[in-house]
Design a protein around this ligand. Structure first.
Ligand code: GLN
Length: 192
């Protein structure tokens, strides 16, 4: 059972996408429900709002526990911001599960959201086909530690990354029918 953090944002789209792909999924709202899940999705939304809603709930520790015990974790857009170590715009600290720097809202405002065919994809992980990616007030990954695998780029910037069982996309794979990112997330294994 995959838990989708349902504090705010587009969690319903993630639950639908997982179920359409035949994966058991449910909304999770508290630390106990998170710890009972065998994988976790942190959806898009507003990362500053997530942080406020998580404050003092034990949710952050529960996410860290799920990731550290080796269950797959996927963060999309605001969820990717939460997973990062360093956040800019304004500067803050993320959960640190992915050693990378993200700059919030770096591609412009809501109206500048876009659908892009990503052609710079890692063939080993994703195959040769371009990946259609929906960007909505997306963050930009401006720096990654060498331990982070970059699996797709947009104009040279990483937009899909993975370290062991923790995967992050700055776009919204739950809004397209392509299940490659989902499969990548579910197949994530802890680093040796
Ligand atoms: N702009 C949002 C943030 O900074 C992320 C947008 C999204 O998740 N679609 O948190």
């Amino acid at each position: 059972m995959i838990g989708v953090l349902a504090l705010q944002g587009d969690f319903e789209a993630h639950v639908d996408a997982l179920r359409r792909a035949g994966v058991a999924a449910r909304e999770v709202r508290g630390a106990d429900e998170i710890l009972d899940s065998r994988g976790l999705v942190l959806p898009g939304g507003e990362s500053t709002t997530f942080r406020k809603l998580m404050d003092g709930t034990g949710i952050e520790d529960a996410i860290l526990t799920v990731a550290r015990r080796g269950d797959p974790v996927l963060g999309t857009c605001a969820g990717a911001i939460l997973l990062a170590r360093d956040v800019e715009g304004p500067p803050s600290q993320g959960l640190g599960l992915l050693p990378m720097t993200v700059v919030r809202n770096a591609y412009g405002r809501q109206l500048d959201s876009s659908i892009v065919r990503l052609t710079d994809v890692a063939p080993g992980a994703l195959g040769e086909e371009p990946l259609e990616a929906v960007f909505i007030r997306a963050p930009r990954i401006s720096a990654v530690d060498p331990s982070v695998e970059v699996l797709a780029r947009r104009d040279g910037d990483p937009v899909l990354v993975r370290k062991g069982n923790v995967t992050a996309a700055t776009f919204h794979p739950e809004l397209t029918d392509d299940r490659r990112v989902l499969d990548l997330f579910l197949s994530g294994r802890p680093c040796a």
